[in-house]
Design a protein around this ligand. Structure first.
Ligand code: CTP
Length: 470
């Protein structure tokens, strides 16, 4: 390990710890990521003794570009250098009470500290003291688990998960992020302890969920969440999409598996968290809109509208941001059927302009989502859809270049209409504006002021309104 610990920061910590006879180790995620060759800037140091004292000494030595924060209540301190964020903590022994995540903490040995960690791959420690510099301390065969890509708790998993139920989400997250397997006993323990997830704050659960969503193949995480029973507890609306119903010999697809396939498809093309959330939620309205019709079979009419309406409650409950990120997600969910419907009909300029107008700057994201939504196993069908999408994309480009609809602002403003026709703020003004907008989107007039002005005078006359003469 020595070659990995060449950075000056490690030798500095080592010298200071030796001078004060403190045993000290790099531990946890940094060691795991080092061995996996995933560079990380977050270093955790565990000290047998006071972490705060060692942090203070290190900060003093590393000088003026370093910032020290001490959290006395937690017995930890953080040293921020221009490159690293280093967390110092005294080795501890912890025990938990059943109804809380807050542990009772006592000073402990390195072994105690490793025992209380979540997974064997996160319990690896490297000694920083000179005599054993670079020595790996691996009491639970974490290195073997790392090689075999296994997630396993160091102790009885029922204890590890009951102590801190967030770890059940972390197990799934690491499986998705690293492409690892959850060892069978560990996985079964998640099933047994799942209800304890309810004592974890929604924010922390959402944090882990976001990491799962941002992983290379998020379906891995969602299948594990579903199979362990966690999904029903943390995200029931997604769990509700599961299952296939058959009537008169006609079935529909399993909307849960379809949804996570869409999310995987999208993830190959975009790292945008909220576009990924949109993929996850695009069909969420299907549970409430599902009907069986003798002629049409299964239908989900207006599921995009119902889904869009469900989002504020879901976001609020899951403590997701109720801001422009939610609005963006709502827009994606609402519009996700438009390009596909468009591609199935004759693609008129007017329909393309309306799509551009409604999607605005998010049109490219919407197209990515719609293409990801094609999960059919029928090759011919997929080929046809993809071909049609290419036509839609080409048309979008042509029309955008010609008509600049993407950030369309009506060329004649409401104030001007009110002044010209001496109207108060009323529905007539809105009606005139709407007619001008429709005329532009339908290609009756170009997206220009003069044409819009002339058109406005004409339609106002038809409505019996004429400009006031000054
Ligand atoms: N840890 C734990 N139980 C938790 C959280 C953390 O045992 N619920 C331990 C693990 O040893 C972990 C270390 O604390 O490696 C640091 O935690 P954290 O920084 O949250 O996670 P990392 O493992 O470093 O991974 P990431 O940075 O990807 O979250």
């Amino acid at each position: 390990m020595i070659e990995h610990l060449q950075d000056k920061i490690f030798t500095t910590i080592s010298e200071i710890a030796d001078k004060h006879q403190q045993a000290c180790y790099v531990i946890g995620g940094y060691v795991r990521d080092l061995l996996l060759k995933r560079p990380s800037k977050d270093i955790d140091i565990v000290v047998v003794g006071s972490g705060i004292e060692l942090a203070g000494r290190v900060a003093k030595k590393t000088g003026k570009n370093t910032h020290l924060s001490v959290f006395k209540n937690f017995g930890t301190a953080q040293v921020k250098t221009p490159v690293y964020e280093i967390e110092f903590v005294g080795a501890r022994k912890e025990s938990y009470q059943r109804d809380s995540r807050k542990p009772v903490v006592e000073d402990g040995t390195l072994e105690d500290d490793q025992n209380r960690r979540d997974f064997t791959i996160n319990a690896l420690a490297i000694c920083l003291n000179k005599d054993h510099y670079g020595e790996l301390i691996d009491p639970f065969n974490g290195l073997t688990d790392l090689k075999n890509q296994v997630i396993r708790t160091p102790l009885n998993p029922d204890i590890t998960f009951s102590d801190d139920p967030l770890r059940m989400m972390r197990a799934v997250r690491f499986a998705a992020q690293l492409g690892f397997y959850i060892e069978v006993n560990t996985f079964e323990a998640i099933g047994r302890n799942k209800e304890r997830i309810n004592i974890i704050s929604k924010e922390r659960v959402a944090d882990e969920l976001n990491k799962i969503i941002l992983s290379p193949k998020p379906s891995v995480g969602f299948i594990l969440l579903e199979k362990s029973g966690l999904l029903k507890l943390i995200f029931p609306e997604l769990d509700d999409l599961r299952g296939v119903e058959t009537k008169d010999g006609v079935g529909h697809k399993d909307n849960f598996y379809h949804t996570i396939a869409v999310l995987d498809n999208l993830s190959e093309h975009s790292d945008n968290l909220w576009l990924r959330w949109s993929a996850l939620l695009h069909d969420v309205g299907k549970t409430r809109t599902k009907r069986f019709d003798k002629k049409l079979g299964w239908t989900f009419h207006n599921h995009e509208f119902t889904g869009m309406k469900m989002l504020p409650d879901i976001f609020k409950k899951m403590k997701l941001p109720m801001n422009e990120k939610m609005k963006y997600t709502q827009k994606m969910v609402l519009l996700h059927m438009r390009p596909i419907v468009l591609s199935e009909e004759e693609i008129t300029d007017s329909a393309v302009r309306r799509l551009l107008f409604d999607a605005g700057d998010d049109i490219d994201d919407l197209m990515l989502l719609c293409e990801a939504d094609i999960t059919s196993k029928n090759r011919e069908k997929v080929k046809r859809y993809k071909g049609n999408f290419q036509i839609v994309r080409r048309k979008l480009k042509e029309i955008e270049e010609k008509d600049r609809i993407r950030n369309f602002q009506p060329p004649v403003k409401g104030d001007e209409i009110m002044q010209l026709f001496n109207l108060p703020a009323c529905s007539l003004v809105g009606e005139i504006k709407m007619k001008i907008k429709d005329a532009i989107l339908d290609g009756i007039i170009p997206n220009e002021y003069d044409a819009a002005y002339k058109y406005m005078i004409n339609i106002a006359a038809e409505m019996g309104i004429s400009p006031t003469t000054k």
